[in-house]
Design a protein around this ligand. Structure first.
Ligand SMILES: Nc1ncnc2c1ncn2[C@@H]1O[C@H](COP(=O)(O)OP(=O)(O)OP(=O)(O)O)[C@@H](O)[C@H]1O
Length: 641
């Protein structure tokens, strides 16, 4: 019985690794690992202990973490893979005797329990996407394609490699095939350490054994493979080099898989012939958790974890951990080795992610077509309602109303940006934490095309139609300014809703926040309440309103130089043409016309200087930059663990 002999397993050569990003790692050791969290969703957050004083060592080969549901398997694996919040962690994890390097998680393959992949991509495209972004740039496209094909064949995905992933509405591949695709996306990178959380869940018995045999073969090449698994068949159990049995976050056994039965027998727990050892271990642990066993030759009320802690095996392990903590194995350059977590450049990442975004839009055109058709119908409808506006007082009112409604529509259309991002948030977090791309590449190539193609393009087309139908000023410079304001308002509304999508975890929360912000901005637009009538100390809020900034520019652009007949005079003179005259009524001088300038003055909108039309545009542009930075920052600071 020798604790350290866990690591006397074969030493492969880490063959197939792409050496520029993959250091050959042979051992992970962990000492006194304790992990606790503050439980979410309670007013007084209670501390919950998940792991307590766990020790161990895992080496090249197939290592399994077993235990009942909720025993802490995933948490332990996450800690070893450097994917847990260090704030709640106590103890040390050493990689080949060295502290875990900063970017360790990018050096490892990690298959999560839940799988989230882009629905419109095929299996081959998904695996190629992973290879394209995560393999070093010196690996040619041809080599990547060959590697992808090899992994597809290895996991038996050949016959369905061109099938789409699908989603809840569009039937795609099965859950098991999805899992295999995810595993393939990690295998294709050929990391020297591979973590797999419940890789066989969702697979039939035969495929599970096949998969585990594949993982065993991979580990025989000198790779360190760690899996968490619930209740593997004996055929799978036989493949494990080492097993770690957990019970309520404590170690019940850690050592060679083929010694475990002997160890339990030494405690009086005899595994019956023909019984699957894993079933036997889990049953024993379950009984131990329930009733605190009172077995002959054992100290009463000692449970399996205490017994293991006091065992000879555990003390050998402790000694070996103590001794190995300072050994570097020549890998003391681990930290400097992986300075840059991304093997591909910012531009390459933006190109690859952008290409996928475009493919997604092209392959699910319904949403885009629907947005395009609805916005054109609304454009035509508004154009019909505000058809060829007259230069009368009602024409002035209609102009203001129409411009306000155009801005309202832009905000409403961009509400969908919340959903667009929320939908892909899980995929973004998964891909980002797996080192596919930088946040900036994703932002540039995923968020921005979405804003431009799905939101801005339809709005610009419908507003061009609307502009011509309403009879707004026909000069090209006025139309250009109109479309520029529409563009900036669109970017603002889109960025605002992307920000809200990043900020909150559900559509309803984001929609409530959006409603609140929109109402505030509408109040300060100026046409529901006259800003000049408000107390000075609150008037500044108008500069925070996209509506106010946009509307003031649109109004200056449209109204300066226009004259509007008072409808009253047109009726009494029965003259449909507009004339400019003044009448003296007692002390009052009444004009037959209202000028656009007079209206703007009454609204507190500056118009006299050419710059006045640009004031709102510059405000909108600055606002767009600020909102984009906020959205980007929200994406960066998103909790990614
Ligand atoms: N962030 C967290 N907040 C609260 N509880 C947590 C948190 N993370 C883990 N837990 C709890 O810790 C325990 C261990 O979780 P973990 O996912 O590691 O178990 P597991 O053995 O992998 O379970 P399963 O076999 O079901 O996957 C569970 O009871 C879980 O609810």
């Amino acid at each position: 019985m020798e604790g350290d002999s866990i690591c006397s397993a074969k030493r492969g050569n880490g063959e197939r690794g792409y050496s520029s990003i993959h250091k050959i790692i042979q051992r992970i050791s962990y000492k006194n690992i304790s992990y606790s969290v503050r439980e979410q969703g309670k007013i007084f957050k209670k501390k919950k202990q998940i792991l307590t004083n766990v020790n161990g060592k895992m080496c090249t080969g197939l290592n399994a973490i077993l235990g009942p549901t909720g025993s802490g398997k995933t948490t332990l694996m996450d800690i070893l893979a450097a994917r847990k919040n260090k704030r709640y962690l106590q103890g040390t994890v050493l990689i080949d005797g060295q502290p875990t390097p900063k970017h360790f998680k990018y050096m490892t393959g990690y298959v999560t329990q839940d799988v989230h992949l882009h629905d419109m991509m095929s299996i081959r495209e998904s695996i190629y996407f992973s290879a394209n972004l995560r393999l070093p740039s010196h690996v040619s496209s041809k080599e990547k394609a060959i590697r992808v094909q090899e992994v597809i064949d290895l996991l038996g995905l050949t016959s369905i490699s061109e099938s789409r992933i699908g989603n809840a509405y569009i039937r795609g591949i099965s859950g098991g095939e999805l899992k295999l695709t995810h595993i393939a996306m990690e295998l294709v990178i050929s990391h020297s350490i591979l973590f797999l959380d419940e890789p066989t869940t969702g697979l039939d018995a035969y495929t599970s054994v096949e998969l585990m045999e594949t993982l065993k073969n991979i580990s025989n090449e000198g790779k360190l493979v760690i899996v968490t698994i619930h209740q593997p068949r004996y055929a799978i159990y036989k493949l494990f080099d080492s097993i770690t049995l957990l019970s309520r976050g404590q170690t019940v056994y850690h050592g060679h898989a083929n010694y475990a039965i002997e160890y339990f027998a030494s405690l009086g727990y005899i595994c019956p012939d023909r019984e699957n050892p894993t079933d036997f271990f889990l049953d024993t642990i379950a009984k131990d958790e329930l009733e605190q066993p009172k077995i002959e030759n054992l100290i009463v009320k000692q449970n399996l974890s205490v017994i293991f802690e006091q065992s000879e095996m555990s003390s050998i392990l402790q000694n070996s951990l103590q001794a190995s903590s300072g050994i570097s194995n020549g890998n003391n350059a681990l930290e400097s080795f992986i300075q840059n977590c991304h093997p591909s450049s910012f531009l390459w990442q933006s190109y690859v992610v952008g290409l996928r975004s475009m493919k997604r839009i092209m392959r699910s055109p319904t949403e885009f077509i629907l947005i395009m058709i609805t916005s054109q119908i609304i454009g035509l409808l508004f154009g019909g309602i505000y058809w060829q506006l007259e230069c009368s007082l009602s024409g002035l009112q209609n102009r203001v109303g129409c411009l306000f409604l155009v801005l309202m529509l832009i905000i409403t259309f961009n509400l969908a940006c919340i959903e667009t991002f929320l939908e892909s948030k899980v995929i973004f977090i998964h891909e980002y934490t797996h080192g596919y791309y930088r946040v900036s590449s994703y932002f540039l190539s995923n968020v921005i095309p979405d804003l431009i193609i799905k939101r801005l393009m339809p709005t610009l087309v419908s507003n061009t139609i609307l502009y011509l139908m309403t009879g707004f000023k026909l000069k090209s410079e006025n139309m250009a300014i109109y479309l520029l304001v529409i563009t900036l308002a669109n970017i603002n509304a889109g960025a605002l809703h992307v920000f809200l999508g990043c900020f909150s975890n559900s559509f309803s929360i984001a929609a409530v926040l959006s409603g609140f912000i929109d109402v505030l901005m509408i109040i300060f637009a100026g046409n529901l309440i006259n800003i000049t009538s408000l107390p000075i100390w609150i008037q500044w809020v108008q500069y925070l309103s996209i509506f106010r900034l946009g509307l003031s520019s649109l109004l200056v652009n449209e109204l300066v130089g226009l004259e509007f007949c008072l409808d009253y005079f047109r009726e009494i003179t029965m003259d449909k043409s507009c004339f400019n005259a003044t009448y003296n009524l007692g002390d009052n001088v009444i004009s037959t016309i209202e000028t656009g300038e007079k209206y703007l003055e009454s609204q507190g909108i500056l118009y006299a200087e050419p710059f006045d039309v640009w004031r709102g545009i510059i405000g909108l542009a600055l606002y767009a930059i600020i909102l984009m930075i906020l959205a980007y920052t929200a994406l960066r600071t998103l909790k990614k663990n």
